[in-house]
Design a protein around this ligand. Structure first.
Ligand SMILES: Cc1cc2nc3c(=O)[nH]c(=O)nc-3n(C[C@H](O)[C@H](O)[C@H](O)COP(=O)(O)OP(=O)(O)OC[C@H]3O[C@@H](n4cnc5c(N)ncnc54)[C@H](O)[C@@H]3O)c2cc1C
Length: 499
């Protein structure tokens, strides 16, 4: 046998598992379904931002790519305590208590970042998006402080380099298709090559790090409901739930919220999957999340969410689903010229779709698929309900409502009254799924009676119970690293001493 362990997938979670197992002396083979240029899964589409608990700037020192950065002496990183991280996760739990997986995510977040840094995966402060300048100092807000050098692509490259240094191997264009079981233990995989031929790869154990099922229309329909079938996929086309199905077939328990997914409003005319060919900074530009500055209407011309319920960080991962729940599964976001400067760059993206008019009547008439007169009534009613006595302030929850509407409008309400008016068509884009497998403290996949399936481990998006109705940004990668490292150590410890 050439390898002790097979790791399925080459995203952040799988690579962390592979590095951890190699560190313990295991001979590891990573197999990746995609060709080399598409390896790295959703990880490569990210900004590389990772959320973790820390008590102050000194906790970050060992993580930094450039500890001599001249900005550091005048930077206030503040603290992002474990309790604050827990509270931020609880905010999205719809009343559920903190799950054991969430508790682990928080408790091991800093040590896992330090572990990554120890493998030369280094990070940079996210000055541009997560800090502001105050009295000459650079002050971070929101608890999300560091990102990998060169974002998701850089994270993938750094982790891959760490794995190769540790003696691991990677083969691309090789998709795990089924698990090989001998004497009740998982002992490898049957994998399919790009030419359609198959190969049996034997090992003492298998770690599934091959993502969720967000890229499979069929599984979205079956596990989540019909409304998810037409969702756009924000990332890789390759996360089609292969590992999940293989594990379920062996009797693994389903765990977590299968009906749940991270999903945001996206340009209705984007392609079915994310696009790695467009430059880094542009990859998020199909997203459209400034609805809190305008009015969002469905095909019936009606509003259907409180666009200003909270800061967009706390609503954007849910409002993709809200759009998918609408007739025809689309909506339009309407703005006037007052908000032009406040809209994120994604609204100025060269491939952003929109219509423009000089009157609100003409704008409503241009909203394809929408009852124009109902939309006009909605905007007029909205304009009439705006609370002019409260000043507009997008830096705080300003309480500037549109009074008496259903659904309510809680913050940042401004009349649509200044031409030119613009409207952007959106649909729901799925980022990743929340339902998955249950794992124990060694990362072993559990059956419904909580007994482990010998030789089978899992990490990353495929682990359920970590997220429910949303998450604080940057938690997905940290979760992949925490549960990846756990699975790597657990799988390595399960190897028989004879190897
Ligand atoms: C556009 C976008 C932006 C995001 N931004 C952030 C962010 O800034 N911060 C953050 O924390 N999270 C972010 N996320 C979420 C984050 O990408 C995921 O949480 C994380 O990357 C998942 O890691 P993973 O290793 O589990 O899966 P992935 O990185 O998706 O890796 C899974 C891998 O498995 C491979 N695979 C699938 N099936 C098989 C098979 N049968 N055999 C072999 N290989 C297989 C896939 O090809 C893929 O390479 C973002 C996601 C998207 C789509």
């Amino acid at each position: 046998m050439e390898q002790d362990l097979i790791v399925v997938g080459s995203g952040n979670a799988a690579l962390c598992a592979a590095i951890a197992a190699s560190e313990k002396g295991a001979r590891v083979l990573v197999i990746e379904k995609a060709p080399e240029d598409m390896a790295g899964g959703n990880t490569k589409y990210t900004a590389g931002a990772m959320r973790f608990a820390y008590d102050g700037g000194e906790d970050l020192q060992d993580l930094l790519l450039d500890p001599k950065d001249e900005r550091l002496p005048r930077t206030d990183f503040g603290a992002y305590t474990a309790q604050k991280f827990r509270d931020d996760l609880l905010y999205f739990n719809d009343g559920r208590p903190l799950s054991p997986e969430q508790d682990k995510l928080v408790g091991r977040s800093l040590e896992t970042m330090k572990w990554l840094a120890g493998h030369d995966v280094k990070f940079e402060p996210i000055y541009a998006r997560q800090s502001f300048e105050k009295d000459g100092r650079l002050v971070f807000w929101g608890g999300l402080t560091l990102a990998a050098e060169d974002e998701g692509v850089g994270l993938f490259e750094a982790e891959r380099a760490a794995l190769l240094r540790a003696g691991g191997r990677i083969e691309y264009g090789l998709a795990a298709q089924s698990l090989l079981v001998e004497d009740g233990r998982v002992r490898g995989v049957t994998a399919r090559r790009e030419d359609g031929s198959t190969v049996d790869l034997r090992a003492q154990g298998v770690i599934l790090g091959c993502g969720g099922f967000e890229s499979s229309r069929e599984l979205r329909h079956d596990f989540m409901g019909e409304e998810w079938e037409a969702a756009r996929v924000r990332g890789t086309p390759h996360n089609t739930g292969d590992g999940l199905l293989m594990a379920l077939e062996l009797g693994a328990a389903r765990h977590g919220l299968y009906s749940g997914a991270h999903a945001t409003p996206m340009d209705r005319h984007m392609k079915e999957y994310g696009n790695l060919d467009i430059p880094h900074g542009d990859r998020k530009n199909y997203r459209k999340i400034c609805y809190f500055l305008g009015v969002m209407v469905n095909a019936e011309g009606k509003r259907f969410v409180d666009e200003g319920k909270d800061f967009r960080n706390y609503t954007y991962a849910q409002y993709g689903k809200a759009v998918l729940d609408q007739p025809g599964q689309f909506a339009w976001q309407l703005f006037d010229a007052k908000t032009e400067d406040l809209l994120y760059a994604e609204y100025r993206f060269h491939d952003a779709h929109y219509v423009q008019a000089d009157t609100i009547e003409d704008l409503c008439a241009k909203l394809e698929g929408v009852d124009a007169s109902a939309a006009l009534d909605t905007v007029r009613a909205f304009n009439a309900a705006v609370d002019d006595d409260t000043p507009f302030d997008p830096t705080i929850k300003d309480g500037r409502q549109a009074r008496g509407l259903t659904p309510p409008r809680s913050n940042w309400a401004q009349r649509l009254d200044t031409p030119p008016f613009r409207a952007y068509p959106v649909t729901g884009g799925i980022t990743f799924t929340y339902g998955g497998l249950k794992v124990d403290d060694a990362g072993a996949v559990l059956r419904p009676d909580d007994s482990p399936i010998p030789g089978l481990f899992a990490c990353g998006e495929i682990v359920g119970g970590v997220f429910f109705n949303g998450y604080p940004g940057g938690s997905g990668l940290t979760s992949g690293a925490v549960f990846g490292r756990q699975a790597g150590y657990g799988a390595a410890a399960s190897l028989s001493p004879a190897t």
